[in-house]
Design a protein around this ligand. Structure first.
Ligand code: NAI
Length: 309
């Protein structure tokens, strides 16, 4: 009504509307593992995100430097440092979204499951605190093995009596980001236009790209499907080997996690849609059947760990 009374130009009206929407979309994000290889570039991307009004950076070491550095960027997001275990609960206070890249990454020759022993306890400890301080927050789990850390998260929240499956999300967006890039390269498309859904989990054959649903519509030969699927499933190892002992994907992961965070915050601002799997090709149907027992094994390992604690 206020806009009509002032009779602004269409451009100004839409600018005002955009600003009004922005004002309603101010969220607090807690980033746990903020001083790490993923944490630092992800903190920068979140500091640049229009939905984020407050950014809490938590790690067991090195947060003051990261936060001081980041706080000099002239964007409106307020950055606060939380260094050391005793500040974990304060970091989570009032969080709408908690993003977790805390934990050790792979070295050459390792599978994501090799990280289980260290990372399972780290994730469980962080989730216990989140269950207590911000039980309604959306949780984005980046820490590997995602196929097991997500069930650990679910079981920990169940034990605390605050589990809501819609709020627990394993971050496999990097598989989508990679699929879009590789398909655009292979087919000579503008990468900005390409969208390839990827379903399943986040390790080996549990990563299932649905190439038949690629947008814009493209045709792939059987050989192309096999090669692209294999590359998307093993792209993480490409990075681990290229880094030769210095860790796994950090920059592309930060980009993917920022994209995921943006989608979650857009969702919290009122956009909601739950999508099904859509129509699958014969090879995708067979891939889905093959991944289920593999994924179930990782889920069971996570559940067993959480229940033994
Ligand atoms: P990093 O070693 O560079 O950083 C990890 C950070 O976690 C460090 O700053 C460390 O101090 C912190 N940390 C350790 N224990 C903690 C605790 N209890 N509380 C808070 N912070 C703690 O590792 P990077 O490269 O950032 O990777 C982090 C995780 O992300 C790894 O588990 C890695 O496998 C995973 N990852 C997941 C991907 C995905 O697609 N979901 C892709 C790439 C990596």
């Amino acid at each position: 009504a206020a806009l009509t009374q002032r009779r602004p130009s269409t451009a100004r009206a839409s600018r005002d509307l955009a600003r009004a929407v922005e004002c309603k979309s101010q969220f607090k994000v807690a980033l746990l593992g903020a001083a790490g290889g993923i944490g630092q570039p992800l903190a920068l991307l979140l500091k640049m995100n229009r939905y984020v009004s407050d950014l809490s950076l938590y790690d067991i070491v090195n947060v003051p430097g990261v936060a001081a550095d980041l706080s000099h960027c002239n964007t409106p997001t307020q950055v606060k440092a939380f260094n050391g275990k005793e500040s974990l609960e304060a970091a989570l206070e009032g969080a709408d979204l908690v993003v977790i890249p805390a934990g050790v990454p792979r070295k050459p020759g390792m599978t994501r499951d090799d990280l289980f022993n260290t990372n399972a306890s780290i994730v469980q400890g962080l989730i216990e605190a989140a269950a207590k301080v911000c039980p309604k927050a959306i949780l984005n789990i980046i820490t590997n093995p995602v196929n097991s850390t997500v069930p650990i998260t679910a079981e920990t929240l169940k034990a605390a009596g605050v589990y809501d499956p819609k709020r627990v999300l394993g971050v496999s967006t990097l598989d989508v980001v990679r699929a879009n890039t590789f398909v655009a390269e292979a087919k000579g498309l503008n990468v900005k236009d390409v969208d390839v859904p990827v379903v399943g989990g986040h390790a080996g054959i549990t990563i299932l790209p649905l190439l038949s649903q690629t947008q814009p519509k493209v045709n792939f030969s059987e050989d192309e499907v096999a090669k692209l699927t294999d590359r998307i499933q093993n792209a993480g190892t490409e990075v681990v080997e290229a880094k030769a002992g210095a860790g796994s994907a950090t920059l592309s992961m930060a980009y993917a996690a920022a994209r995921m965070a943006e989608s979650v915050l857009a969702g919290l601002s009122g956009i909601e849609e739950v999508l099904g799997l859509g129509e699958l090709s014969a090879s995708e149907k067979s891939g889905l059947e093959k991944l289920k027992p593999e994924l179930k094994k990782s889920i069971d390992t996570g559940i067993k760990f959480a229940k033994s604690k």
